[in-house]
Ligand binder design. Sequence first.
Ligand SMILES: [Zn+2]
Ligand SMILES: [Zn+2]
Length: 276
Amino acid sequence: MYNNANSKGSNKGDNSDSYRDKLYKIYGEFLEILYPQNINCILCSRPIKKSNSYSMCKSCFDELNFILNGCGKCGKFKINYSLEKQFIDECNFCHSKTFYFEKAISCIEYNDISKRLILGLKYSSKTYMCKYIAQIMKEKLDIENIKFDYLTYVPLHKKRLKKRGFNQSEKIAKYLVKLIDVPLIDLVVRHKYTEMLYKLKRDERSKELKNAFKINEEINIGNVEDKVVLLLDDVFTTGSTVNEISKVLKLAGVGKVYVITLLTKSSEKYVKDDAL
Ligand SMILES: [Zn+2]
Ligand SMILES: [Zn+2]
C-alpha cells in the first residue's frame, strides 16, 4: 500500500527510496503491534498459545537439548565413556586445553533447530528473540549459581556492526541486565577486522584473533580491577573468541571471567567436523 502511494510521487531517486524505507519500517512496527510475535513459534512460525515456553511450539521446544550437566570447564555437553572420566571436571574437547576464563556455561546444544534462534536474530533481524534468549540465559545462571559484578559482551568490529546494524550479543546483554541486578559495561572493543570465523579451523581462529581486542579506552578500568566479569556471546565453538577476550580482561586486572553463551557445539560433533 505504501509502496504504491510512494511510487505515484515524483521521481526523487535516492530520497524517495529512503522515504519508502522509513515507511516500511513504520509499517513493520505497526504490524508488530497488531500481530505480536508471541502468537507464532519464534523458530518455525507455527501458531501457538501465548503461554508456550519462550514462545516456541512444542515440537521445536522438544528438539532443544538444554545442557544440564555440562563440562565444568568449557560448558559443552558431556558424554562419559568410563566411570573414571566421570570424576574429572572436563570433557574430551577441553581436557588438554587451558583457558583464560574460569568457566564457560552454555544453555543449549547447537543443532538444526536451536541454531535458528541465532540465525534469525543475526541475519533476519528478529531482534525480539533477544528477550527469549536473555530469559533462557537468566535461568541457566540461576541453575549454575554464578555470581558476578559486571556483564559484558563480545564486540563486533565497527565495519561489521555497520553492515549488520546491531550487535546480537549486546542486544541480548541489554535484555539480560533487565532481569538481573548487575550493570552492563562495554569493556572491550574489536579493533582488528577478522575473517568470518566459522570458515576457519581452530588453530587458524586463534591466529586470526590474536590482538583483535583491546580494552575500551572510554571506561575506567580501575572499576573492574579484581572484579568478576561475565562475558556473553551467542555461540561457543572452539572458545577462541571468548578466550582471547578473557586474556585481555585478565591482563587489564579483572579478577575472574565467566563466559555464557546460548549455544555450544557438541564436542563429539566438533571433533568429527574438525577431522573432516
Ligand atoms: Zn516451532
Ligand atoms: Zn570441556
